[in-house]
Design a protein around this ligand. Structure first.
Ligand code: ZN
Length: 353
């Protein structure tokens, strides 16, 4: 069974970098007999960091590596002969689909679909679906993604945008919050703000927005130095922005991990369920027809929350990453030795056990 067969989105890539599934469809018109044919690839791209510009490049290069013979006349066909490209990109958290269309004459169109999700069996809708909830654009932008889905592709571009916006303000406030995604909040503060003041501001925000939860905070630049040394670390995507005098923090809500995990698992074709491990903060996965879960994989919600925050990822994406990692191991698609590299290294800001 392929990992697409059981619906996994993540695979371990080079150097343990998690890669996420996307689908590319191309149509090719034979230059000799004009026969039109169509090819699909299941591809993956690094999850950290993904953003609108990178996704646009993936659309333009959707024909990369094409080498075929015309089905009708045998003419060799390559990248030059593609007449249309279509890529399908779904959010790891399981809600939302972005489809990019490209035509040989240079036209491009993006269809943002909040009520669909990525699916290996997805039919290539060459004509953008006329659905009132879809947003259709000539160019993909982070703003449009955030407005449509309530989140960025990875969260990192949203952090960068918030910092750049702030730098342009003549009189920036001493603190400001931005929702990166559901249960994932960014805060930017003057470094004269103390931990106690920041905690007070955050509590005020929670009261104001009527949110409870089990929130955990990670500072991306403690004592002015960006976190580094792990996959998706801020040093790899925030190093070029001037952060002098600022503290950048991300809060994530560990109390929502169960809900996200439950929703994601219910979308799988195999029946895996999750439950709270009595007397502990841990969650346990129950595989199909499994009665005894004493040796089943555990998920630590606080570890997930910490990993999401330190890599500026929506928490639901990291829930998905962890579930896929576990299912890869259990289904034997990846040996435990291979998979060691996908476990994020330890740091003082999080605890994944
Ligand atoms: Zn032909």
């Amino acid at each position: 069974m392929s990992h697409h067969g059981i619906g996994l989105l993540f695979t371990p890539g080079e150097h343990g970098q998690p890669e996420i599934l996307y689908i590319r469809d191309v149509t090719i018109t034979c230059p000799v007999c004009r026969h039109e044919q169509y090819y699909r690839w299941y591809s993956s791209a690094p999850y950290h960091p993904m953003h609108a510009q990178r996704l646009t490049q993936l659309l333009h290069k959707a024909n990369a590596g094409l080498q075929h013979e015309c089905e009708q006349c045998g003419e060799p066909l390559d990248e030059r002969h593609t007449s249309r490209h279509l890529i399908h990109w779904g959010f790891a958290g399981g809600k939302g689909l972005i489809q990019g269309h490209w035509w040989r004459d240079g036209r491009e169109q993006w269809v943002l679909q909040p009520f669909r999700h990525i699916d290996a069996q997805i039919v290539p809708d060459w004509e953008p679906a006329a659905d009132i909830s879809n947003v259709v654009l000539d160019q993909l932008t982070e703003e449009a993604i955030h407005d449509t889905f309530g989140r960025g592709i990875s969260g990192k571009a949203t952090v960068r945008r918030a910092l750049l916006k702030r730098a342009q303000r003549p009189d920036p406030p001493s603190c400001g919050f931005t929702a990166l995604a559901d249960s994932t909040i960014l805060g930017i503060f003057e470094n004269t703000e103390t931990d106690a003041q920041i905690t007070t501001e955050f509590q005020r925000l929670l009261r104001h927005t009527k949110q409870a939860g089990d929130w955990h905070r990670v500072e991306l630049n403690p004592d002015g130095a960006l976190l580094s040394g792990f996959i998706g670390a801020p040093s790899s995507w925030l190093g070029d922005l001037p952060l002098h005098g600022l503290r950048v923090m991300i809060w994530t809500d560990a109390a929502r991990v169960f809900e996200h995990a439950d929703r994601i698992l219910r979308s799988f074709p195999i029946k895996v369920r999750i439950r709270q491990l009595p007397g502990t903060p841990l969650l346990v996965l129950r595989m199909p027809n499994q009665k005894d879960t004493s040796t089943s994989p555990r998920i630590d919600p606080v570890g997930i929350a910490g990993e999401a925050a330190r890599s500026a990822s929506p928490i639901e994406d990291i829930v998905r990453l962890e579930i896929d990692r576990i299912l890869h191991l259990l289904t034997g698609l990846v040996s435990p030795d291979d998979d060691d590299t996908t476990t994020p290294p330890e740091s003082e800001n999080e605890a994944i056990h």
